[in-house]
Design a protein around this ligand. Structure first.
Ligand code: ADQ
Length: 497
């Protein structure tokens, strides 16, 4: 029912995520200040909360006494969509430091993250971590209920309240919330979106409490995953582990006298915003040498070490590129208090040092490496000015970097090389693909990209850009809301672009 950029009237919504959509930092006078997240997801979802008079439930990033201090309003200078959410719309969940360590570093990132990315060897299973996960999900469920009660008081009798839960941190919360709401006879619509892959049955069942996770998720009316394969994996797990009746074609699961809908909803990016940034950003890389770009959170699933090794092979196999091409790898620090991530950083530091030592000349080095977060404008300039984007995760739910690169090709278009193991590989058909596990294949794809004719580059990029422009993050948002089958979801005259 919605055209490309017609904005629907949002129902009163409670958004639930592990982190609130901003970080709190002490200002010069010692008071807390909000720093809004500029990520595409938060930017897309924030207007739903702001415009619907909704609420956001999440952890503030603080512990103990600090967590009890009132949440400040947004800075008057802040013009991101998150600034439209007042402090009264924020429901912070308070967590203890130990509990967080077990729940977040232990269960979420030590167990679910590797397992759901089909890397069971990296996953650790500890009872106490899962116990903390259950406990924290309970806390979230209680907090969501206080938010729901408040919205119920404020809204009309027949108005539906939507609760939208995000990601693998909160997979038990849906059934907990449903139970609490039913006990109070409050009718809500519950939806969930998973931002990472959902693994096949023979991987998922390795988790000792796998059935509990499915039962938790089945508390929802609708579950969204990035691509159809993840949906099919989920439906298959419900059939094999719970014995549910399922319809694998229409992606339906029967559970507790309800039919749960499962939907592939590939996330998009704020295409126009990236395009505009690329048009405006000053040039950052000049000269005749070509740049191959990698941008990732520093995470083992992103295949950065494998990528750098493939780049080394490029100079051995095709020496013509020595002095002509370099890799710019931008890695944002992630989960830095976890040993595995510290080891990864050390490994990468050493590897890059060795390769640079081997090939560098006084005027050129093969790899430039930025370890840190960069501004969106600088990122857009890097995307725009790179001849190739090398997006080679070993496994990735979707991968937004591939899409952002495409949006920023506003001048002489570059070439996207994409791993088929990213969700983005399902739809970005005009990208060159390569297997990140096979150095030689990555190296040959690089050679093909670096020598591709302008006509072919233009043609491929035109199709890639068109698709991402239409299937942008707003489209994803509306598709999710439409999938929730809300009877009071009406398009408005407002131009939502
Ligand atoms: P991530 O694993 O974080 O997201 P990705 O989709 O690539 O992976 O998003 C990373 C974001 O961080 C991009 O928007 C990128 O611009 C930004 N970024 C990366 N490095 C940066 C740097 N050095 N400085 C500044 N910004 C940087 C999870 C899943 C993905 C899924 C998304 C959304 O793992 O598969 O696509 O959620 O659902």
């Amino acid at each position: 029912p919605f055209q490309k950029h017609v904005k629907p009237k949002f129902p009163p919504t409670v958004v639930v995520s592990n982190r609130l959509p901003f970080v709190l930092k002490r200002g010069p006078n010692g008071n807390w200040q909000r720093h809004s997240s500029a990520g595409g997801l938060v930017t897309a979802v924030a207007p739903v909360v702001a415009d619907s008079g909704g609420l956001w439930v999440g952890w503030s990033g603080l512990f103990g006494k600090e967590a009890e201090e009132p949440i400040p309003e947004a800075d008057p200078e802040d013009n991101t969509p998150t600034a439209g959410i007042t402090s009264a719309q924020i429901f912070p969940v308070s967590l203890e430091r130990d509990e967080f360590e077990y729940y977040y570093n232990g269960c979420c990132n030590g167990t679910f993250w590797p397992l759901f990315h089909s890397m069971p060897d990296r996953a650790a299973f500890k009872h106490e971590h899962y116990d903390a996960y259950v406990e924290v999900n309970n806390k979230f469920a209680e907090k969501v209920m206080s938010a729901v009660r408040l919205l119920k008081q404020r809204s009309d009798e027949d108005e539906e309240i939507l609760v939208w839960i995000h990601d693998y941190h909160l997979m038990l919360a849906p059934s907990m919330i449903r139970e609490l709401a039913e006990a109070e006879d409050i009718h809500i619509k519950l939806g969930f979106f998973l931002h990472i892959p959902f693994p096949p049955w023979d991987i998922f069942r390795i988790f000792p409490r796998s059935a509990d996770i499915l039962l938790g998720l089945l508390g929802c009316g609708m579950l969204g995953f990035h691509v159809e394969d993840y949906c099919k994996n989920f439906v298959d797990c419900c059939r094999r582990l719970l014995g549910c009746r399922v319809d694998s074609t229409h992606l339906l699961v029967e559970h507790g006298f309800r039919t749960v809908r499962v939907r592939p909803l590939p996330i998009g990016i704020p295409f126009k915003r990236f395009e505009q940034l690329a048009l405006e950003a000053p040039r950052v890389m000049g000269g005749t040498q070509k740049v191959v770009l990698g941008v990732d959170r520093l995470d083992y699933t992103k295949g950065i070490v494998e990528r750098v090794k493939a780049f080394e092979l490029l100079f051995e196999k095709y020496p013509k590129y020595i002095g002509q091409v370099s890799l710019l790898q931008v890695a944002v620090p992630s989960r830095t208090d976890v040993k595995e991530y510290q080891d990864l950083k050390n490994e990468l530091d050493q590897l890059i040092g060795r390769i640079n030592g081997k090939f560098s000349s006084p005027s050129w080095s093969p790899i430039r490496y930025i370890f840190g977060s960069i501004s969106q404008s600088q990122l857009a300039a890097f995307y725009r000015d790179s001849a190739v984007a090398l997006v080679t995760p070993l496994r990735d739910g979707m991968n937004l970097v591939a899409k952002e690169y495409v949006a920023c090709q506003v001048h002489d278009p570059g070439v996207l090389i994409l791993s088929p193991f990213a969700g983005a590989g399902e739809t970005m058909h005009e990208a060159l693909t390569c297997n990140p596990y096979e150095k030689e294949d990555v190296c040959d794809a690089l050679d093909r990209a670096l020598s591709m004719s302008e006509d072919e580059r233009v043609m491929r990029m035109m199709h890639l850009r068109r698709r991402e422009e239409v299937n942008n993050v707003d489209f994803w948002l509306y598709s999710f809301l439409r999938g929730m089958e809300l009877h009071n979801l009406e398009p408005t005259d407002d131009d939502g672009s």
